[in-house]
Design a protein around this ligand. Structure first.
Ligand code: ADP
Ligand code: MG
Length: 235
């Protein structure tokens, strides 16, 4: 479960996140959909505990500032930030030990499914953007978190890795994980989402649940998105 309540984040005078609230129940997959600059990465960094904010964020009912909450959270940043001089193996081993996970087999499984096996000895700085992204995803999952947030995860991946990642997200969902994915591309949203929050100017402008039956005359997600982002609807 992920709870965001009345969160505000300012960068000096700029209000990047404005009294934002939303909630994902256990096992739910949520999408934050919004144009560049809407505040997706900012709220995700607040959730990941990388930025100071006002308001409340809880992971499974525990404040995200608490170590117990951090243990239950996996975070895939928008831009992978690897260590230049650690190999892929060393990255995964380091993160695995930092989280005190004994599950070496899961680490091997992740390496295999992202086809990193033959590159295990390559250094962070020697990897392409796509490969760094794959390592970053593995690092986020290695401690088997129950809440996982992905910031624009498909950007920079090749078609095979996109397919793998989508399959992996479906598996994580089937395993009951709570997942939050941000994207600015409406056409990358899969049918697996449970709830989409359309973000604009640091606020949620509209919410759609997958279970909602489209009523006659109701706008599709596409229509809603373009109306909001092109300024034809009020907040
Ligand atoms: P998104 O991920 O939806 O594209 P961001 O969360 O990155 O949006 O940005 C939201 C707003 O905050 C934008 O106006 C952006 O320019 C601004 N912003 C983001 N990071 C910083 C920062 N470190 N310092 C100042 N302004 C920032
Ligand atoms: Mg972003």
């Amino acid at each position: 479960m992920l709870t965001v309540e009345n969160v505000t984040k300012k960068y000096k005078k700029l209000v990047a996140i404005d009294e934002l609230s939303f909630r994902l129940n256990d096992g739910e997959t949520g999408v934050l959909l919004g144009p560049n600059g809407a505040g997706k990465s900012t709220i995700i960094k607040c959730i990941a505990g990388l930025l100071q904010f006002t308001g409340t964020i809880e992971i499974n009912g525990i404040s995200n500032k608490d170590l117990d909450a951090k243990r239950q959270l996996g975070y895939v940043p928008e831009v992978p930030t690897l260590y230049d001089t650690l190999t892929i193996d060393e990255h995964l081993e380091f993160i695995r030990r930092a989280y005190k996970s004994d599950n070496k087999q899961y680490m091997e499984d992740l390496i295999e499914r992202f086809e990193l096996g033959d590159k295990r000895r390559k250094l962070g700085r020697e990897l392409s953007k796509g490969m760094q992204q794959k390592v970053s995803i593995c690092c986020a999952l290695i401690h088997d978190p129950s809440v996982i947030i992905f910031d624009e995860p498909l950007v920079g991946l090749d078609p095979h890795a996109i397919k793998e990642l989508k399959a992996l997200i479906n598996e994580l969902k089937a395993a009951g994980k709570t997942i939050l994915i941000s994207t600015h591309m409406i056409d990358t949203i899969e049918e697996t989402w449970d709830v989409v929050n359309i973000m604009m100017n640091g606020k949620i402008a509209a919410t759609r649940h997958n279970t909602d039956i489209m009523k006659a005359g109701e706008k599709s997600l596409d229509e809603l998105f373009f109306e909001i982002t092109e300024g034809r609807l009020d907040g």
